[in-house]
Design a protein around this ligand. Structure first.
Ligand code: KG4
Ligand code: ZN
Length: 366
């Protein structure tokens, strides 16, 4: 049996990443040059600054990924890259580097969707004795995107819902900024929330009606903003206790909505597995809540009524936290499963344009 070694490249936002993955599951290397320290100073990503960093890091990061994998370029079978969605000026660096390398070395070139990448992170380190089973529903929650996706087989993505305004991670980042907790906001909110009172503030939870699998976090964000402004006006500053309680109540509201919609979708489509993916899937409260609801077999509907789950679900999320946030191993994995589905498509080198608004397309039906 021939193994397929794929070099994955990811530069969609603020991490320059390269990785080598065998057959979509075995990670030989996973190198990430983080720009967090740089963007921390501005409280968010400045696209031009991110792009310059990618230019400086992309070649060293690719070299390190090969070195750590103990492979040379000749032993790589295909080169994969994130085509979109993401920041145009960041994407273009990875797409140019990957396509140039693929063309110059005559290798198979596989551009992939970043959201598909997050979904495939759950296949990394997959154990033969415990394979992932379809159908499944996956919640992808990141800084830039937030989708609920049904998969009946590999590379078959049916988008059930998405955010109508902010992504969950974006809401975490904005609320962290309001509370003066630093960037990226998710981990900071999570830390502060650990010591806070989840019941102190009753934030609005937008369930968007009976049928909807879409999300909206702008009302929640505005409620936090108003609360913070009122507290400033009253007290002149925010106490540590206020910040912790606000972080805990906010985190609870967002995790309740995410977990309820996710499990309702699992119930409706009678799936075997429920997956969490993307940066926010690193959140401990979200993991615990989905775990509890899955094990005890319930979720809340749009009216707050407790509904019993009809089926037993197997829950999965990446054990390795670096697989949740942006990385290139997930891109290499996605590329492998796309290639398996349709090798003919990738026979001849075809250029790909970076696309900041790339949708989670369906490889099988579209
Ligand atoms: O997937 P990702 O690395 O990048 C995008 O594709 O956007 O996700 C980054 C997002 C950020 O908004 C960050 O605040 C959030 O994931 N995040 C978290 C946690 N760790 C990262 N949100 C909540 N809790 C966490 N522990
Ligand atoms: Zn991402």
């Amino acid at each position: 049996m021939n193994f397929m070694n794929i070099l994955g490249i990811e530069t969609s936002c603020d991490e320059t990443a390269a990785a080598v993955v065998v057959d979509g599951t075995k990670v030989l290397s996973n190198v990430i040059a983080s720009q967090v320290a740089i963007h921390n100073k501005t409280g968010g990503v400045v696209p031009e600054v991110a792009a310059r960093e990618h230019v400086l890091k992309i070649i060293p990061v690719m070299e390190e990924a090969l070195k750590k994998a103990e492979l040379n370029l000749e032993e790589i079978d295909a080169i994969a890259v994130t085509q979109g969605p993401g920041l145009m000026s960041s994407l273009v660096i990875g797409v140019t580097a990957a396509s140039t390398l693929a063309m110059a070395s005559g290798k198979i070139f596989i551009p992939v969707n970043h959201i598909a990448g997050h979904i495939y992170a759950n296949w990394l380190d997959e154990k033969k004795e415990d394979p992932i089973q379809f159908p499944l529903v996956v919640l992808t929650v990141s800084g830039g995107h937030n989708e609920l996706v049904l998969m009946k087989e590999h590379v078959d993505f049916k988008q059930l819902g998405e955010t109508l305004d902010d992504a969950a991670g974006e809401a975490f980042d904005k609320v962290a900024r309001l509370l003066g907790l630093g960037y990226p906001g998710g981990p900071q909110i999570s830390k502060a929330a650990g010591n806070g009172d989840v019941e102190r503030f009753a934030f609005p939870k937008a369930y968007m009606g009976k049928e909807s699998y879409d999300f909206s976090f702008s009302g929640l964000k505005t409620a936090v903003l108003q609360l913070v402004e009122a507290e400033h006006a009253r007290e002149g500053s925010l106490s540590e206790k206020f910040k912790m309680d606000c972080a805990a109540s906010f985190e609870e509201a967002i995790c309740q909505i995410l977990s309820d919609k996710l499990l309702r979708a699992c119930d409706e489509y009678k799936v075997k597995e429920v997956h969490l993916a993307g940066g926010v899937s690193a959140n401990k409260r979200l993991r615990a809540l989905v775990e509890q609801k899955t094990e005890e077999g319930f979720y809340f509907d749009h009216k707050g009524k407790k509904i019993t789950l009809k089926t037993k679900l197997r829950l999965r999320y990446a054990q390795n936290i670096s697989y949740c946030t942006d990385n290139a191993a997930m891109i290499a994995s996605t590329a492998f499963f796309h290639y398996q589905k349709n090798p003919q498509k990738y026979k001849k080198y075809a250029p790909a344009l970076a696309n900041p608004n790339l949708r989670l397309y369906n490889q099988i039906h579209e």
